[in-house]
Design a binder for this molecule. Structure first.
Ligand SMILES: [Zn+2]
Ligand SMILES: [Zn+2]
Length: 248
């Protein structure tokens, strides 16, 4: 039994190493249709156009709004308005983004983070009218050290790296800590989710008042909102929430 567990662990590690080698050797292959991408990015033009881009969405929680509407908030956020939070989303959490994020989180395909971060950077460059509107610091939502040891990296930080590079905004990964090893929110019933994430974060004093919080997936929003509350306690005045994939 133990031997078969070790065999399967080694097999999955070898598969991950093989994938990383292929990604490194052939970065121009499209990650979606597996043909040549003919672009500097590892995705072809046709697959880029077919991605589930978020267009018109609630500025607080990212929930899609009808394209024709001139509303800025969904019905829920109109009655739970938080003036200091602004949502910026890239995709809805659908195929093939769902599969790509799975590969990033569980199969060590860091090239997915590079792709998502680069696409996100392009979108953000259009969303902020002036560089003076940029947040002063990017904060990836931290993982617990135990999760980092299992995975090897924080996927939110990996997505943030190309954005930090393209927008020239500093990235911090030493100021925020996850002090509680929480269960994956999606695996818990709604009643236990709040309890699971409460007091999960600790933030060191920050000398900025406008930050961007970045995460890979926004599902119930509880993790992001708990993190935002911790930032508010540190006196952060304005928080932009950058989410790669919004679950609907
Ligand atoms: Zn393609
Ligand atoms: Zn909303």
């Amino acid at each position: 039994m133990l031997t078969s567990q070790y065999t399967s662990l080694w097999f999955s590690r070898l598969t991950a190493i093989k994938r990383r080698c292929v990604d490194w050797l052939f970065p121009q292959m499209c990650l979606v249709c597996h043909t040549l991408s003919h672009q500097s990015l590892p995705i072809c033009q046709a697959c880029t156009a077919d991605l589930p881009w978020l267009h018109h969405y609630c500025q607080q929680c990212g929930y899609p709004l009808p394209d024709a509407s001139d509303h800025h908030y969904c019905g829920h956020c109109l009655t739970h308005w938080q003036p200091d939070v602004r949502f910026y989303g890239l995709f809805s959490y659908q195929s093939p983004i769902r599969q790509l994020l799975y590969q990033l989180k569980f199969q060590q395909r860091l090239i997915v983070a590079q792709l998502l971060g680069t696409l996100f950077a392009k979108t953000l460059l259009q969303s902020y009218p002036q560089p003076s509107d940029y947040p002063q610091l990017i904060l990836p939502i931290p993982l617990h050290p135990r999760r980092i040891r299992q995975r090897g990296y924080n996927q939110a930080l990996e997505i943030a790296k190309p954005i930090s590079h393209h927008l020239n905004i500093p990235l911090s990964y030493h100021d925020c800590h996850r002090r509680k090893h929480t269960h994956a929110q999606a695996t818990l019933p709604a009643a236990l989710r709040q309890q699971n994430i409460a007091h999960a974060f600790q933030i060191d004093p920050l000398s900025v008042d406008h930050v961007a919080v970045i995460d890979d997936i926004y599902t119930t929003g509880l993790t992001s909102l708990t993190f935002i509350q911790s930032l508010r306690r540190q006196g952060i005045r304005q928080i932009d929430l950058w989410i790669a994939a919004r679950a609907l």
